[in-house]
Design a binder for this molecule. Structure first.
Ligand code: GLN
Length: 491
């Protein structure tokens, strides 16, 4: 294992500035790690060794210019457009799609000096929690290759956890950054809705989708977020202000932060090791004089139900564009209706079809009020309850996933069990506020468990400060170096 792979973004940056390290060496080390680990992990749908090396040469030639991700090797989820390079959404319907433009986040990665190593696997159109709904391959969890990495950004999470990328971009509609981050033992951040441009992100549920970073630690995640965040004239839903200085408060510690825990967490269904870590964390924080207070958030229990109505409704509308006419896969040469049917019938996988059917149903006349209208009213309620809590508290703490990584195949036949993976993550999307998952500890089986923080609308700085504080309490990477450092059960 090359020492180079252990450096954080700031450490790399310092070494580059001191001219003790060349981008070329770092990129070579990551490409070698991909050669070594990728056959057993299958995190990538495409790797760009030639482009990455050419980019490294260009950056070495230029020298460190102070840009925030200079020489940082990153991976990008394959539902984010990269000019000229396949962007498949892990779907047969987009298998040959090569976007003529870069997503705003990709453009910003390039402008900030990052080196893009490749595109990562996902559940088709980001629909899923295990990365098994990909039309091409199932990614494996680096801590135990018989288990799922979580999803839908499972390729990004597995790439970072196994040391094949220093950081990666994911997208989060109902938890798809945070849940795989938790299952793979890395940090995953979703900003406030509108903090990051969705221009060039293939739409799933536009009112909920946000791009964000997965990284080994909170500080690295903050750096990537600083590079990609901020207003974009190409996305009218972005917050019309430049990205705030997200890492300014990182080291201020937990002291003085008002922390809340949802009441009745003990009633919620979660595996014992997850419950253990929640209780231990609360006890540890209390010892350090930061006793988290219990708050009532009854709406949380309904957030998963309203999420699957709202997200599927939007998905059914967004995915109408894949009709075999404009771009993507086309089947059949007969009558128009037959071409539509065959194209969509053959091009979409089972889960995507299930969502289109459900979404169309909840939007159909006669059911619109009973389902879509009601889900929107529940959404308003959840938002109001959280707003009230954030008037008194800085952060809400709860687990990220009710279970550690599950076995591949285990939940495929039971969509509801799969949907319940997001029980703790969806409120942040439904209500639009920022959230982060921080690796907290290991289960007795040696599987990572993540803790989650929510903060009020626009308060990423406080969120990251809290997450950095928790990271210091958990000391996860020191205690469990894991597969990125050659440990774990990577075979
Ligand atoms: N797992 C959730 C779903 O299947 C969330 C997906 C996501 O955030 N993209 O919809």
């Amino acid at each position: 294992m090359s020492d180079i792979l252990r450096y954080s973004i700031d450490e790399l940056s310092a070494l580059y500035r001191a001219k003790k390290l060349a981008v070329r060496d770092v990129v070579d080390a990551y490409l070698a790690r991909i050669d070594e680990a990728e056959p057993s992990i299958k995190a990538f749908l495409a790797v760009f060794p030639d482009e990455a090396r050419a980019r490294a040469a260009e950056l070495d030639e230029r020298g460190h210019d102070g840009s925030i991700l200079y020489g940082v090797p990153v991976a990008v989820k394959d539902n984010i457009c990269t000019r000229g390079a396949a962007t498949t959404c892990a779907s047969k319907i987009l298998e040959r799609y090569r976007p003529p433009y870069d997503a705003t986040v990709v453009e910003r990665l390039r402008l900030s000096g990052a080196v893009i190593l490749g595109k990562t696997n996902l559940d088709e159109f980001a629909m899923g929690s295990s990365c098994e709904n990909s039309a091409f391959q199932a990614t494996r969890n680096p801590w135990d290759t018989e288990r799922a990495p979580g999803g839908s950004s499972g390729g990004s999470a597995a790439a970072v956890a196994s040391g094949m990328a220093l950081a990666a971009l994911g997208s989060d509609t109902g938890g798809s950054i945070r849940q795989p981050a938790a299952l793979c033992g890395v940090a995953g951040l979703k900003g406030t809705y509108g903090r990051v441009s969705r221009y060039g992100l293939v739409a799933f549920a536009s009112s909920l989708d946000q791009i964000g970073p997965l990284a080994r630690g909170v500080r690295d995640a903050a750096r990537v977020m600083e590079a990609i965040a901020g207003h974009d004239p190409n996305d009218a839903t972005t917050i019309p202000e430049p990205a705030p200085a997200l890492s300014a408060d990182l080291d201020k510690g937990l002291d003085g932060l008002r922390l809340a825990v949802p009441a009745g967490l003990d009633r919620w269904r979660m595996d014992e090791p997850v419950r253990e870590i929640v209780l231990q964390t609360v006890a540890r924080l209390a010892e350090e004089g930061m006793k988290p207070e219990t708050v009532e958030l009854p709406g949380m229990e309904t957030s998963i139900a309203s999420y699957y109505v709202l997200a599927n409704a939007e998905a059914s509308s967004n995915l109408a564009r894949y009709d075999g006419v404009k771009y993507g896969y086309r089947a059949g040469s007969g009558a128009l209706a037959e071409m539509y049917e065959r194209t969509r019938g053959e091009g979409f996988g089972e889960e995507v079809k299930r969502r289109i059917l459900l979404g169309t149903y909840v939007l159909s006349s006669g059911y619109y009020d009973a389902y879509y209208g009601k889900a929107q009213r529940v959404q308003a309620l959840i938002r109001e309850q959280f707003r009230a809590v954030f008037r008194k508290f800085d952060l809400v703490m709860l687990p990220t996933s009710p279970t550690p990584a599950f076995r591949l195949g285990e939940r495929l036949a039971d969509p509801i069990a799969m949907y319940l993976s997001d029980i703790f993550t969806t409120p942040a999307n439904i209500a639009g506020f920022p959230a982060i998952s921080v690796p907290a500890g290991l289960s007795p089986d040696g599987l990572p468990i993540g803790m989650q923080l929510f903060a009020g609308w626009g308060r990423e700085s406080v969120l990251l400060r809290g997450a950095c504080g928790l990271e210091r309490v958990f000391r996860f990477r020191e205690r469990f170096p894991g597969p990125a450092a050659g440990g774990g059960r990577l075979s």
